[in-house]
Write a protein that binds this ligand. Sequence first.
Ligand code: DQA
Length: 148
Amino acid sequence: MKFLILNGPNINMVGIREKTIYGTMDFNEMISIIQTEAAKRHVEVDCYQSNHEGDLVDAIQNAYFNKLDGIVINPAAYTHTSVAIADAIKAISPIPVVEIHLSDIKEREAFRHHSYCAPYCIEQIKGFGPQGYVMAMDALIKYIEEKI
Ligand code: DQA
């Protein structure tokens, strides 16, 4: 299996930004844990981060054209604003997508409660920090294996 691990704006700043919310682990360490855990599961991962909405849309479309098996996405602030990213996720159906957030967006400001993407994702995982990415990969593996 091959997954795209897609991170949106400011996720490259974890470990620097709002440490009480996002923790102290830096972005490279987080990606390295994701890669290690993916390898243990015999999953290949492409990890990509962008601060730009259109780049994220391109990455989602490329996952479709490159025949990837699933996507783990943290759309970050675009979660709450982006119809374009939500449409891209919808467009590549039936490729399964899991939405993940480091923090528990339901316990934060009201504007973070709504996700444009969630209706088109098989699951939303929130509030588990970097471990959430591993949980998201496991959710994709389970979903794909149950479908076969
Ligand atoms: C986030 C939550 C978003 O509301 C926020 O804009 C982020 C990170 C998270 O991982 O908890 O940048 O997606």
